[in-house]
Write a new protein. Structure first.
Length: 130
């Protein structure tokens, strides 16, 4: 996935700094899908689409796992001490902090997470569920 993202981002003529942001966020999102979206064994599908829209770079990750909107997860509160800190659970916060916009929709039994980083100015329209 990282090799594909690198080659695809370079073809879209956007700042190279976006490569790290998208690679990190895509790895986090896909790792979570693999770990949590499929309670049963069997063939599964995860699809990635990368494209420019207006003045932004967009990555959509679509999966056929159980319905889950990661953007509904509340942001983590800063622990008062290291002893109070919990391990894990910061992936969605990481994605939110590295992307300018994130949108989720559930369509035809599939989760779609769109992550957006602005290259210039302009706003991307949110995903609308069916």
């Amino acid at each position: 996935m990282s090799v594909w993202l690198d080659a695809s981002i370079r073809r879209l003529d956007v700042p190279e700094r976006l490569l790290f942001r998208f690679d990190l966020c895509a790895n986090e999102a896909v790792s979570n899908i693999i770990a949590y979206a499929y309670p049963e064994n069997g063939a599964r599908e995860i699809a990635l689409r990368l494209y420019r829209e207006k003045d932004a770079l967009c990555l959509e990750i679509e999966d056929d796992g159980v319905a889950f909107n990661p953007l509904e997860r509340p942001r983590h509160a800063q622990p008062e001490s290291l002893a109070d800190a919990e391990v894990g659970g910061l992936g969605v916060d990481l994605i939110r902090s590295f992307m300018d916009e994130c949108h989720y929709a559930r369509r035809e039994g599939r989760n779609i997470l769109r992550m957006v980083a602005r290259v210039g100015t302009g706003r991307i329209e949110p995903l609308e569920p069916d």
